[in-house]
Ligand binder design. Sequence first.
Ligand SMILES: [Zn+2]
Ligand SMILES: [Zn+2]
Length: 477
Amino acid sequence: MCQAGEDYAEPAPREPPPAPRPGRAQKCVKCKEGLPVVVIRAGDAFCRDCFKALYVHKFRAMLGKNRLIFPGEKVLLAWSGGPSSSSMVWQVLEGLSQDSAKRLRFVPGVVYVDEGAACGRSPEDRAKTLAEVKAVLQNVGFPWHAVALEEVFGLPPSVLQCSAQEPAGTEGAYKSAVDSFLQQQHVLGREQPHQSQTQASLGPCSLAGSPTATQTAALCRLFDSVRTLTAKEELLQTLRTHLILHVARAHGYSKVMTGDSCTRLAIKLMTNLALGRGAFLAWDTGFSDERHGDVVVVRPMRDHTLKEVAFYNHLFAVPSVFTPAIDTKAPEKASIHRLMEAFILRLQSQFPSTISTVYRTSEKLVKAPREDCAASPSGPRCLLCLCTLDVDTADSATAFGAQTSRLSQTLLSTPPAEAGTPTGPGCMAGEGQACCKTACRREDVQAQVLEQLCYGCRVNMKDLGLGHAGDPGVSDR
Ligand SMILES: [Zn+2]
Ligand SMILES: [Zn+2]
């Protein structure tokens, strides 16, 4: 079992789905004629054509009912190489080659993040995977961006700020955008916009900038210093998200699509609940995530189960690339993520409505900030995940407040890292003279960073063996 990350990846299929053995008289439940090749639920046997129609319809309906993607808008597809995001890229590819009435109208690009350094892979292995990745991307023909996770070290500090710019997206705005797009199409006559777009922008927009050996070593050290696999997975997800959003901004994409299936989202919902991120479930698992302001993350595969994805990819030969993930071969109890995944999948195998029940719950969650924050939607945000802060210092009388302050105590009592760490501003010690205030300074910085984090990120920070956040070179093991 392998899981290539929570955000946009899917576990690799263990084996091709078994072809159902159709009973003698059984026919497709939809057309009553075709030979059934796929059984989604017990009793629901579909022929190849009807299954494809259902699968495509789910994808289009998810985009259609939410009306978030404007015609002509640049959309970045976050592709991990895994089955679910591969299927998503395929849906977009097919959707763009439809005849005019059904054609998707946005302008796609693909981003791939090479996470090899976080997973301790050798440069040779990474190069091999990257070659496979490029072959698939060149075949797809969309503009693409392959970036290495090491590039997070070069990100501007502005990635940690929520852009003040509100995402466009009122119902009226959508209608007028569609109208003007159609008018434009009319003027252009019968020209195929899809072709002209992709022809002009074929090929990569950016190659994987080979990270320097120093950067790779720094990233390895950073991940080595994290004490638990749970914290590693969270850290990886945070870094990956910031990197993808940066690529989106740098190239003018206003939407990012991730391939989270409903299976993955059900697991993520339960995992995040356990991680203390209950306040943000609607953002973390909903159809759209507007927390970053200018770039909105959407999850169009959220109606597809992993089983459907596996069947579809198998039947229609959707290419994917296997990449070992950070928890590949990790035992079931190695992290909260792995444990929850195993728990949900096992429950699902015994009670087939488990995932849909959890998923339906996630659909009902509403994005409502705390009452006292509701007045100012631009209130303080978590420095790492950019959610509206759910921690209130005035809360200290409550159990929650007490817990967080105990957490701060634990964090602050971590022994400071070895000498040679940069002294804080205002330190009066001379060169070569140990600064008596270094420890105090570090505590100040730690406390200041902590104050800027949500509860979930604070808990996670506890397992990051860092002197303080943002210094990847320090390991206090
Ligand atoms: Zn049929
Ligand atoms: Zn946070």
